[in-house]
Ligand binder design. Sequence first.
Ligand SMILES: Cc1cc2nc3c(=O)[nH]c(=O)nc-3n(C[C@H](O)[C@H](O)[C@H](O)COP(=O)(O)OP(=O)(O)OC[C@H]3O[C@@H](n4cnc5c(N)ncnc54)[C@H](O)[C@@H]3O)c2cc1C
Length: 384
Amino acid sequence: MADRTGPRVAVVGGGVFGVTAALHLARAGCAVTLYEQGADLLLGASNVNQRRLHRGYHYPRSPETAREVVEGIRTFVEEYPEAVVADQRHYMAIARTGSLTTAEQYLRFCDEVGLEYREERPSFLRRRSVEVSLRVREYGLDVDTLRRICWRRLRRAGVTVRLRHRVGLTDLRDYDRVTLAAYAGLNHLARGIPGPGDEYQFEVCEKPVVRLPAPYRGTSVVVLDGPFLSVDPLANTDLFLVGNVTHAIHATTVGVLPLVPRGVAGLLDNGVHPPCAHSRFRAFVAAGREFFVGFEQARHDGSMFTVRSVLPNLDRTDARPTLVRRLDERTVSIFSGKIATCVDAARQAVRLVTGDGAPPSALADRAPPRWASGRTATRSGAPT
Ligand SMILES: Cc1cc2nc3c(=O)[nH]c(=O)nc-3n(C[C@H](O)[C@H](O)[C@H](O)COP(=O)(O)OP(=O)(O)OC[C@H]3O[C@@H](n4cnc5c(N)ncnc54)[C@H](O)[C@@H]3O)c2cc1C
């Protein structure tokens, strides 16, 4: 356990970014209390995602995002090696029609960023629907293992964890420092801090969990770059997660706080719900049949739901930066992009919280651009 003579720090948000920040702050000597409103750690977007430990392949229109995850993945693997799933086959395919990136542009992007690939197509991917299919070096993410490791590491570092506690501004009064890692809930707390509140694009997302025929086993495929889909194995199970850029999103708003359709609100961030009237599973299957042989045999086990929060007006590049910022003298916020960047973000947070020198990397102190409010928005890009 670290010698905790440093400041008393509250970390709000028990997702992978908040947990990792709490760990690093405790190791730096801070007395850390981690607050999570849910019944366990890692039940929000850190659980309801495509379980891909990005290596950059996803972002042909944002080389900055690709480079950020290329840098981040090294520190993530060092911190959480047990949660990295390295024995899956990963493919990236460029759709023949409707893609925002051509095969030629994609190959050039991979070469420029230094991403390895070889041309190869999984047996179930329809040749007529894709211009190119590449076997790539990516990893999967085992979130259940990650959750277990996080608990172990937090205990060892001496972090106090308070679950089922929805933090309000008054809860934070007695702390010397505050780190906000509340993702889609960031503005509920950041709004109380003087200065302009940032706007985000909030997307209420469905993540179906399915069983697929034998040829899919152990195989992850992403069809880029437009309103397409992806399948990823759920670690240590026979199940898969399906992503679709269009059908996964039940509602999109741009503003300070998310708007959630009433029917879906009770389904957010609490695991897999059995098939229900709110699911768009049939639309996922219809879209999948265009690319994947046998996809009509997909059996729906249930769906998970969460609110994704991204910077608005970035559809052109589909960029997903991680932003670590000082909001005031006491408060640092972490707005997460890709999971692979969580250790680098935690290190930046420690620097800003403890005042240990100027932030050296691109992750720190970048203010997001300002936008007009109250719009609804549509999505294009990669299916996560
Ligand atoms: C559908 C989808 C697919 C994705 N796919 C991928 C992928 O394949 N790979 C990848 O790298 N990234 C992916 N992402 C992005 C990634 O999942 C997120 O950026 C990341 O998990 C967010 O982590 P976090 O810790 O910031 O947020 P979260 O995991 O959401 O954690 C924030 C926590 O804060 C808590 N909280 C909020 N407000 C309060 C409060 N007032 N008091 C107490 N607790 C509070 C919430 O309950 C929540 O648990 C995906 C995201 C989505 C939504």
